[in-house]
Design a protein around this ligand. Structure first.
Ligand SMILES: [Zn+2]
Length: 244
């Protein structure tokens, strides 16, 4: 028996398949991440081809069969193509950071309404962000997405002994391995320092306050986040993050 599913989804990634088809990974409102095959989509006359650009929000219809791992995309219509992002290469690359992150970390077919609304808010924010805030906006949303992959950094007290940390304008020790800030007693070889304003920004982001990132906070995150992702998510490396 096949279920017909109609839902909204962001195109996370596409990979050519056979002569004229494509695998499409989407973050759907209803069923989390799904992987579909779009048959014949690379033929010039396919009605689906314009709808499968990465980070477009589409209305899609697909058939779900219990016996198959990959389902067939039946129809896709663009609801929001984010033209203002698409005409600006740095914004395009920024948009792909969250696409790549969700594509590589979310388990298939588990509802993830938080990830879906985060993507929605991120692309809206990226559309509006002044050029000099593209990076900080992207890091802020990538940090907000970490809990969706089960790797929330611990930043309220020492991640090992839970002692409160006095950092009075000093640099803060963050253990990549332990996944959070550490006190002097729990210092380990994976500790990197971050500035206290970076800790303030992290705390603001996870408490849903509006955060203004300083230049050095952006630099701290650029230095720490790739190692953090690599360590906690099985060697994950985001290509789009390298080019941000
Ligand atoms: Zn400690």
């Amino acid at each position: 028996m096949a279920n017909i599913i109609k839902t909204h989804g962001f195109v996370l990634n596409t990979v050519p398949f056979k002569e004229s088809s494509m695998f499409v990974s989407l973050l759907t409102r209803q069923n989390g991440k799904v992987k579909l095959v779009a048959k014949g989509v690379r033929r010039p006359k396919s009605r689906l081809c314009g709808a499968l650009e990465r980070f477009s929000l589409d209305e899609i219809i697909y058939y779900r069969r219990e016996s198959k791992d990959v389902y067939t995309l039946s129809d896709a219509v663009v609801i929001q193509g984010y033209e203002r992002i698409r005409t600006h290469p740095q914004r395009v690359n920024a948009a792909l950071v969250l696409c790549e992150f969700f594509d590589k970390t979310l388990p298939p077919e588990e509802p993830h309404t938080h990830a879906f609304s985060l993507m929605d808010n991120f692309l809206e924010a990226l559309t509006r962000a002044p050029e000099e805030q593209i990076k900080s906006t992207t890091y802020a949303y990538l940090l907000k997405a970490l809990p969706d992959a089960g790797v929330h950094p611990r930043i309220d007290s020492c991640v090992r002994c839970h002692a409160p940390i006095e950092y009075n304008n000093k640099k803060v020790d963050f253990s990549i391995g332990a996944g959070g800030i550490v006190c002097e007693r729990d210092f380990d070889d994976t500790v990197v320092f971050m500035h206290h304003d970076t800790l303030d920004a992290l705390q603001g982001i996870y408490k849903n306050r509006s955060v203004v990132m300083t230049e050095r906070t952006v630099a701290d995150l650029a230095r720490m986040l790739p190692d953090y992702l690599y360590y906690h998510l099985d060697g994950l490396a985001l290509n789009s993050l390298k080019h941000l």
